[in-house]
Design a protein around this ligand. Structure first.
Ligand code: URP
Ligand code: ZN
Length: 480
């Protein structure tokens, strides 16, 4: 068999097994795993882990905002950053704006994404589930392979009330899509934020005060209860603490199809970071708020127990300086006016590996499940993505488990002018990334061309089928 590329002598790690093998790549796919292979190009992987390329199922890339600007991270810079950090596929977000059709943003967003150097798919954010959106646009969208919807239970101008959320759940159930949910209580945050601002408490650190754990826990409980009512599978996004994960554990124990995602920021950042001098705290401002070291330690327990299934970046494209980023409303804007979110495409794998595997909290197979296999399975990309097996796309990371790196923004290749992880010491770092059989990163140098990435259309898959359990046996959202 003529192989284009052979990765020789590494330790292949999947979500379930670790074994020594050469990996043979042909036509952009993994062709064979064997003891000894030869090919047109051979890369020595001796002493390295050979991992499936990371799958980041929550990142905001070149995302249009309602007030006519676009987040700073382009598909090109995002791809470079992903490759630098060992991620090879992403699912990012197309927003619908209130009062508008889905198509009003989707058509342009598809065009922007054509520049991507990495493979990508979309989640569709639904902010205005009108009859036309629910009955015509959502079915067409899902049939085109965008098989996940995102809803926000907070944020102006994105949030849905309970009735609207139910309509989206029902539309997803009828058309077989997964619903992902940002869980925080809109009214509670608004009420507290108004009181804080009135009291003159406007600095970045009060962002955390405006949204304590209980507002996330309440919304998570409600999101799960309403999904149970509709019998629609959901994934709870960016779980910040164990108190919220408990709601997911209870749902899983009842046999509901509810999955949990967390992010690196909840392992290594805290509310105290938002209390840095001046406006610096804005660099760490995201929602839900990072908590504290005790919460982070407890969150690892939820990861170990399998309550939290996925670790995504929730990467956001807001720089600290510049006119469109954290200071869009001025150097000392009150916290409710500061854009939420932190960058993290390139640092996701390294932080999870370092905090998880290097510190002995999880094994390396669990690391692969969290960062590649589970996200691919949950969003209908598996086994094309998320594993190393014959027939899978040749998306592979050569990982040096002992490499110690001090995180600095210069290493990350993103368009954002800072990283919240500046100075963070990590153990474990990617030394090469292969995407679709192409070597796209070697020793920190990215080599890829705009347009090389492909849109990943996602077909129906069994995981997102309803459970069949309905209150009183009555189906309020029957298939058409
Ligand atoms: O603060 C965050 N996470 N901003 C990004 C939007 C979201 O909530 O996913
Ligand atoms: Zn969110």
């Amino acid at each position: 068999m003529g192989l284009d590329l052979v990765l020789r002598g590494g330790m292949v790690v999947t979500g379930s097994d670790s074994f020594r093998a050469d990996v043979g790549i042909s036509g952009g796919k993994i062709a064979v795993l064997a003891e000894r292979l030869d090919g047109a190009q051979v890369i020595d992987a001796g002493g390295l882990l050979v991992l499936p390329g990371g799958v980041d199922t929550h990142c905001h890339i070149e995302q249009p905002e309602p007030d006519d600007f676009v987040q700073e991270e382009s598909f090109i810079s995002a791809s470079a950053s992903c490759f630098a950090g060992g991620t090879t596929s992403v699912i990012c977000f197309v927003p619908q704006f209130k009062g508008h059709a889905i198509a009003d943003t989707l058509t342009d967003y598809r065009r922007r994404a054509e520049q991507s150097m990495m493979d990508y798919s979309f989640h569709q954010i639904i902010t205005d589930p009108t009859d036309d959106v629910v009955e015509r646009e959502i079915p067409e969208l899902i049939a085109s392979g965008i098989r996940s919807l995102k809803v926000f239970l907070t944020y102006d101008p994105l949030h849905l009330d309970d009735r609207q959320y139910l309509r989206v759940l029902a539309a997803a159930r009828r058309n077989r899509a997964l619903v992902t949910v940002h869980c925080e209580n809109y009214e509670a945050i608004k009420w507290r934020a108004e009181a804080l601002v009135q009291a003159g408490m406007t600095a970045p650190k009060y962002h955390a005060w405006s949204r304590p754990k209980v507002v996330e826990r309440e919304a998570t409980h409600r999101a799960i209860a309403l999904a149970e009512l509709v019998d629609q599978p959901i994934q709870i996004f960016h779980v910040s603490c164990s108190e919220v994960a408990e709601e997911i554990a209870r749902a899983k124990a009842r046999g509901l199809k509810v999955w949990g995602e967390t992010c690196p920021q909840y392992f290594v950042l805290g509310a105290a970071d938002m209390d840095r001098p001046g406006f610096e705290g804005a660099k760490f401002m995201c929602s839900p708020s990072p908590r504290d070291a005790e919460s982070a330690a407890a969150l690892w327990g939820d990861v170990r127990r399998g309550t939290l299934d996925v670790v995504s970046s929730d990467h956001c494209g807001f720089s600290y300086g510049g006119s469109l980023g954290k200071k869009v409303h001025g150097e000392n804007a009150a916290f409710p006016l500061v854009p939420n979110g932190v960058p993290g495409l390139a640092t996701r794998l390294a932080i999870v590996f370092s905090e998880g595997v290097s510190k002995g909290r999880i094994d390396v197979n669990h690391f692969v499940r969290l960062t590649a296999t589970n996200p691919a399975k949950m969003f209908g990309l598996y086994p094309r993505k998320g594993t190393i097996a014959p027939g899978a796309d040749a998306d592979v990371v050569l990982w040096d488990p002992g490499k110690r790196v001090t995180t600095t923004n210069a290493l990350l290749h993103h368009a954002i002018d800072y990283t919240p992880y500046e100075g963070l010491e990590v153990t474990g770092w990617p030394v090469a990334t292969i995407a679709g059989g192409r070597v796209v990163m070697r020793d920190g140098k990215v080599q890829a061309q705009p347009g090389e990435g492909r849109f990943l259309a996602r077909d129906p898959y069994p995981l997102i089928a309803p459970t069949g359990v309905l209150a009183d046996g009555f189906d309020a959202a029957p298939p058409g």
